[in-house]
Design a protein around this ligand. Sequence first.
Ligand code: ATP
Ligand code: MG
Length: 183
Amino acid sequence: MRFNRLRLSGFKSFVDPTELVIAEGLTGVVGPNGCGKSNLLEALRWVMGENRPTAMRGGGMEDVIFAGTARRPARNFAEVSLTLDNSERLAPSGFNDDDVLEITRRITRDVGSAYKANSRDVRARDVQMLFADASTGAHSPALVRQGQIAELINAKPAARRRILEEAAGISGLYQRRHEAELK
Ligand code: ATP
Ligand code: MG
């Protein structure tokens, strides 16, 4: 499923509603240091269900909410929406049978995260599985963090294996097996 558009509001430095059109052929985002390039990639990971604050360079998940500046007050929530092209109906049943699938995650201070698929409430797990089955998601090897290449080179064999499994598209199966074992 192609990603069409990323919308952010109150997420990190993107305090005002911002829309990134992910047009075919987009290969890079450039800008001066601190302008929010890494924040964009983190927003993409976050809306796909990333739950480790460290992956967002924060101490707690609420650190993704705009923290305020000398001139602007902090926000109480952050929201990111990712629009996917579902014209080939690749989204599993349970998601909307529509040409466009929009996944939204919103975090509210002292409340936590909530997810929607085309305005309908869904669970974090549904969203994580949707992307895991499409061989993408928060841990996709296609999303390379700053400094990650050095980590990969220095990784222990077990950690390197996880990266290969994600690339092979079988990590969704591991997640299901883990859940089956818990039942
Ligand atoms: P570089 O080229 O150095 O890698 P970058 O374009 O990747 O820079 P980011 O790391 O995405 O920049 O953005 C950093 C900016 O985001 C900093 O100015 C930081 O203060 C701001 N920022 C991060 N979290 C928040 C937050 N919760 N609220 C407000 N601003 C934030
Ligand atoms: Mg950066």
